[in-house]
Design a protein around this ligand. Sequence first.
Ligand SMILES: Nc1nc2c(ncn2[C@@H]2O[C@H](COP(=O)(O)OP(=O)(O)OP(=O)(O)O)[C@@H](O)[C@H]2O)c(=O)[nH]1
Length: 563
Amino acid sequence: MEAASLSFIATTHFSKPSSTTKFSNKIIPTSSYYSAWTGTTNSLSRNSFSRQMWGVINSKSTIRREMRGVFEVRAEMFGQLTSGLEAAWTKLKGEDVLTKENIVEPMRDIRRALLEADVSLPVVKRFIQSVSEEAVGTGVIKGVRPDQQLVKIVSDELVKLMGGEVSELVFAKSAPTVILLAGLQGVGKTTVSAKLAFYLKKQGKSCMLIAGDVYRPAAIDQLVILGKQVDVPVYAAGTQIKPAVIARQGLAEARKKNVDVVIMDTAGRLEIDKAMMDELKEVKRVLNPTEVLLVVDAMTGQEAAALVTTFNVEIGITGAILTKLDGDSRGGAALTVKEVSGKPIKLVGRGERMEDLEPFYPDRMAGRILGMGDVLSFVEKAQEVMRQEEAEDLQKKIKSAKFDFNDFLKQTRTVAKMGSMARVVGMIPGMGKITPAQIREAEKNVKIMEAMIEVMTPEERENPELLAESPPRRRRVAQGSGKTEQQVSQLVAQLFQMRVRMKNLMGVMEGGSLPSMENLQEALKSEQAPPGTGRKKRKSESRRQFADSTSSRPGPRGFGGKN
Ligand SMILES: Nc1nc2c(ncn2[C@@H]2O[C@H](COP(=O)(O)OP(=O)(O)OP(=O)(O)O)[C@@H](O)[C@H]2O)c(=O)[nH]1
């Protein structure tokens, strides 16, 4: 697979569709590498979550009996959403394949389940659209039932909705890293301040807390007590000083103590008012924090997402901390914060204990919502098997120089599925030399090629020779795609050039294991003629290849020239 895809990308996306194509030596690894980069973590099963919760309950023996009932319900996290989605899968039992028609009912169930989970309507609409497109666009995966396939698609889309990957806390290059916490009253800021210090301490960072909630005297005492509990110093200056002054003094103290991370707790309000925002802005100016995190209560559902947006517009935040997830049975906040505000949920609070703070893992969260970890891993394995079979097929085609326009289109779409090319390129070490302009150009080229391939007949896609031999066919494709005849000729020429290059690359890669970047680049370089002679050499090579692969056919007369 690597061999085929590497050469595919190297020979298409960074080369012009021209008969005088200058191939770049840049190589982009594709799907298998990609899955390694974006590798997902296994989701926590509902059982293990329940076990965790029981641990909490057992540790508080005095209230154990009363709390059991409560936690039993809580352990069935997002239960309502989970069972709402289950209705969707059952509608597909007995179907052979996902179609536009048979997903209508399941989509209605998914929509209802999300709305009941307090996900906002525009988000639900976008979600349903992506899932539907993906569902009818995905081919059958051998051995996988349509309902299982839909579970996987919904899971992937849920992960995307929640931001895809875990969003790590950012630390300042030179200490101290300053984290400013903001939020409404009672959302759990003070508790989170201490929890966060405890969390970072476990990572080996020294911390200091600043008590900036001057309006609720108990908040200062609360922070001092919690600070003692987690063994982290607390800077407190009473309630008679302005928060911005406390911030300055606290920061100076932290610098003196060579503390790694400073966390400032601030006052909350019942309403978002101007005075509160101005005060926060002032504190932010004084601290120049690395992270400004809005603490939001998960139980407020989609309201949490709206708040994150408001705070971001007003003061500029870097992310959110979602608290009381243990008490949220619907899931609307977790599902919408990123999508609505564009800001990631960085951490989640799942209880009142100091250790109940953890990073927000979108994939684990999706796994918990669906509660179908086994189905997800089964579909992933089946997809992998199918990818391997397709790869072997492609490899055979390349070896026999039969790579055609269908393969070309499939590979292009695989790359497109991997996300924006710019993103893919950005992830590859050593790929810094490709400029954004080159990437934009490559993406544009791919679109032009796709348009032309889409109007080819099935026979032409399978036998590019038909196009090479027939000016009228090329003319028809040009007219149908709105491109010039020259562009069509160039595309056909490029396919033959690719056959040569890919076959060469396969030669380099024989021996089984993955080739080094250098070998691959060499293989491509060896294809490049010295400046000034490139056109002639490449043309003759592709023609020779063309003749090899179609010995029973006449050569591509007039090909690339006047039509
Ligand atoms: N169940 C649960 N309770 C939490 C969580 N986080 C905080 N709490 C509780 O929520 C209540 C309010 O927390 P505080 O930390 O005092 O909230 P605050 O935002 O500082 O409040 P103000 O100072 O009034 O703005 C406390 O009883 C906390 O124990 C959580 O993740 N789960």
